[in-house]
Design a protein around this ligand. Structure first.
Ligand code: ADP
Ligand code: AMP
Length: 218
């Protein structure tokens, strides 16, 4: 299965992709995670992306398209992948279509998570993740089971993203509405878009996604 999870920042794409990759046994490809790793490693791409990410804007299409092309060609994507955070512009979506045709890996489905802006801000403000294994949490909606201890790896170190602050969130939401939302009609026209209520509880969103996947495989 070659899937895209589409939705605004904070919609729950990473949370659901983390669960789906275990269920489907295919990797989640988060372009945000890839860029944060590049920034941390101080690569050329990281240097270019750092200020753009801090401003809540989008990194250039050329960089993103090359980054995802190289990643999809890796052997762990042979049975499929879940895209989280890509594509974010019409140019990226068109380039993705072209490369997937060349690779003989057509898109199976695009699943949109719908969440309104007020809820997104609350979600982003409370988001944190394990510094060791990357598992995502929320202060209120998904706390660790044992205080200050990662449920998955037991680490006691957590991080909050630099761009998860109110000013940057406003720019990120504007970028989503202006540049990414046009992908909804783009995929609807191809009859591969399915929308799921992303405002429900995490487990209920997972159930809705599973239902959509079940219907698609009939
Ligand atoms: P995205 O990858 O779309 O930016 P995340 O998956 O990181 O979003 O989710 C943003 C924050 O909201 C995280 O802290 C996550 O734990 C929390 N979250 C995700 N889905 C839900 C949900 N359905 N209800 C409440 N909180 C959620
Ligand atoms: P995310 O982790 O998906 O919220 O992405 C964090 C930031 O990385 C975004 O605000 C953008 O600056 C950048 N980014 C991630 N994916 C893309 C993409 N596909 N196109 C452009 N910029 C991206």
């Amino acid at each position: 299965m070659n899937l895209i999870l589409l939705g605004p920042p904070g919609a729950g794409k990473g949370t659901q992709a983390e669960l789906l990759q275990k269920k489907l046994n295919v990797p989640k490809l988060s372009t945000g995670d890839m860029l944060r790793a590049a920034v941390k490693a101080g690569t050329e791409i990281g240097k270019l992306a750092d200020s753009v990410m801090k401003a809540g804007q989008l990194v250039s299409d050329d960089i993103m398209i090359n980054l995802i092309r190289e990643r999809i060609l890796e052997s762990d994507c042979a049975q499929g992948f879940i895209l989280d955070g890509f594509p974010r512009t019409t140019a990226q979506a068109e380039a993705l279509d072209k490369m997937l045709v060349q690779m003989g890996k057509p898109l199976s489905l695009v699943i949109e998570l719908t969440v309104n802006d007020e809820i997104l801000i609350e979600r982003i403000a409370g988001r944190f993740s394990c510094a060791a294994c990357g598992t995502g949490y929320h202060d209120v909606f998904k706390p660790t089971q044992v205080k200050d201890t990662c449920d998955i790896c037991g680490s006691h170190e957590f991080i909050r993203r630099k761009d998860d602050n109110r000013e940057t969130v406003t720019s990120r939401l504007s970028a989503y509405h202006a540049q990414t939302a046009p992908l909804l009609p783009y995929y609807r026209n191809k009859s591969i878009l399915r929308s799921v209520d992303g405002m429900a509880e995490i487990k209920d969103v997972t159930a809705s996604i599973n239902k959509v996947l079940g219907e698609a495989s009939k």
